[in-house]
Ligand binder design. Structure first.
Ligand code: ADQ
Length: 491
């Protein structure tokens, strides 16, 4: 590790993601505010250790169109936060984000091919935005830089980056380019449905390292390279253009210290007490925290909770599902339909079992401040994750980090990447209602000794495979790739 660390020491790390972790907003008095956004990618990146963060520059769209005379001011504001904004027209970004990215790749990679929607222009917008990112980074890269491209919005960037550097006739020594996918890579049979599948694969193979959350995703990627492009693969790489492109599993984590220190704050301690003695007095609480998304299996979960109460009358009157949903992609029709569907389900279940003093589903559609989220994780007796597909699922890790006193249980879908690593959890199939009913009962009636034993296994994992560990492993693997294997100088 010492040798690898020295390879990354003093090298700049250019972290490139579609949305900049810093969202810029214009305030009513004409000033600009700079806020860290929420979401899985931001949670992962925010936990990188100082050894990586201190030399990092973040590239991404800041979420706003700024008039030309104010660009300099915002660039300075973002530079303070280690960021470089990509100035791309908001309408183009919208087509890029809601088009090929979220109406084609997102559903398909989560095995929801039926929810792919096709309209004019999404591919062109995807190409244009990837090109603009590639141009900007190509202008900025210099010797020894590490470029780390994130996620499914920027899959064309690895190839375009090399093209743009060639166009600029730019020679950069010892550059390393890595790509990490935050969502699942589907089986090759599913991936084959992707329009422009060859372009996507060939572009990714211009990176030196392609990383995924699990070995299954990495294996699916390799098999797509073999089946679609006819390439020769090994368990951890693929030969392309005379080079060995490295492929591996780098499971993302959280920064558990952030949750544990929040738990110790006075306001969090008093909030937990207030909720336990107030709205949740004598209640058994099952918590769920999801972005509003059809991959999270919300209808499956609500139906299972309904059937759980029907089959376990001893829990009626005191079991509560506390469901927090973060608004997401609200301008996409499928998401609007889902929103009204789950509101209706919650209303129906509450009408079925509720009384003036008991509401079985407490459903909130809002983003929640971190301290409040921690208080809710802390008071819950179990966490229920029912994703029909989920790259990893960081909510399950955050919950475990907040349970060092109570040892609440995790009930998690086998289709979430995290289920593979969380030994000690109760793994369920979200398509099997009886399985979920039994799992909830098991989680809520387990002996204290067994709960502690399970929780300890999960905590050991969460506390070892942190976001810091993820960032370091990926960057170390990237920088340790032999220079002989890749063209050192890009011309
Ligand atoms: P997401 O689909 O966003 O991430 P997840 O990994 O669970 O899913 O991360 C969600 C993050 O948002 C958590 O840190 C959570 O605390 C936060 N959050 C959720 N609800 C919130 C609320 N109401 N208010 C405030 N914060 C909230 C994507 C992939 C995942 C993958 C991550 C990281 O879909 O599978 O684990 O990227 O790679």
């Amino acid at each position: 590790a010492g040798v690898e660390n020295s390879k990354r020491a003093d090298r700049r790390l250019l972290i490139v993601a579609n949305r900049h972790p810093v969202t810029v907003k214009r305030t009513t008095d004409g000033q600009y505010s700079y806020n860290i956004s929420s979401g899985g990618l931001v949670t992962g990146l925010s936990g990188l250790p100082p050894s990586l963060k201190d030399n990092s520059v973040y590239y991404g769209w800041p979420g706003i169109d700024v008039p030309p005379q104010e660009v300099e001011e915002v660039e300075a504001g973002m530079a303070d936060k280690g960021g470089v904004p990509l100035w791309i027209d908001g309408r183009l970004m919208d087509m890029h984000y809601n088009g090929y990215s979220n109406s084609i790749v997102w559903p398909l990679f989560h095995y929801h091919a039926n929810e792919m929607t096709f309209e004019e222009g999404p591919w062109e917008a995807y190409v244009k935005v990837n090109r603009l990112f590639a141009k900007k980074v190509a202008e900025d890269v210099r010797d020894n830089d590490i470029v780390w491209i994130h996620d499914y919005h920027l899959m064309l960037m690895p190839k375009m980056l090399r093209e743009e550097m060639r166009n600029l006739n730019k020679k950069v020594r010892n550059l390393k380019v890595g790509f990490f996918l935050h969502i699942p890579w589907p089986s090759s049979m599913e991936f084959m449905k992707l329009p422009y599948r060859e372009e996507v694969l060939e572009s990714l193979l211009n990176a030196d390292l392609c990383g995924f959350h699990t070995y299954d995703y990495a294996r699916h990627f390799l098999s797509a390279c073999h089946k679609i492009l006819g390439l020769t693969t090994s368990p951890n790489g693929v030969m392309f253009d005379g080079r060995n492109v490295h492929v591996g599993a780098f499971p993302i984590g959280i920064n558990p210290e952030k949750e544990v220190s929040a738990m110790k704050k006075e306001n969090v301690i008093s909030r937990v007490k207030e909720l336990k003695e107030g709205s949740f007095k004598d209640k058994t609480v099952v918590i769920s925290v999801d972005r509003l998304d059809y991959i999270k299996g919300l209808p499956h979960k609500f139906h299972a909770f309904d059937m759980f109460l029907e089959n376990n009358p001893d829990f009626v009157g005191h079991a509560v599902l506390l469901q927090i949903v973060v608004p997401s992609r609200q301008d996409v029709k499928e998401y609007q339909i889902l929103r009204s569907h789950i509101s209706e389900l919650a209303g129906r279940i509450n009408a079925k079992y509720g009384t003036v003093t008991y509401q079985p589903i407490v459903y909130r559609h809002t983003s929640v401040p971190h301290d409040e989220l921690v208080a809710m994780y802390a008071l819950a007796d179990a966490c229920f994750v029912t994703s029909t597909r989920d790259g990893m699922n960081l909510v399950s890790y955050e919950y475990i980090a907040c349970q060092y006193e109570n040892h609440g249980q995790l009930v998690i879908s086998e289709f979430a990447g995290a289920a593979q690593s969380m030994k000690g959890s109760i793994v369920i199939n979200p398509w099997d209602t009886n399985d979920m009913i039994a799992a909830l009962r098991k989680a809520l009636t387990m002996s204290e000794a067994k709960k502690e034993e399970n929780w300890k296994k999960m905590w050991d994992y969460v506390n070892t495979y942190t976001s810091a560990n993820w960032g370091i492993s990926f960057v170390d693997e990237l920088t340790s790739i032999g220079t002989g294997e890749m063209p050192d100088v890009l011309t």
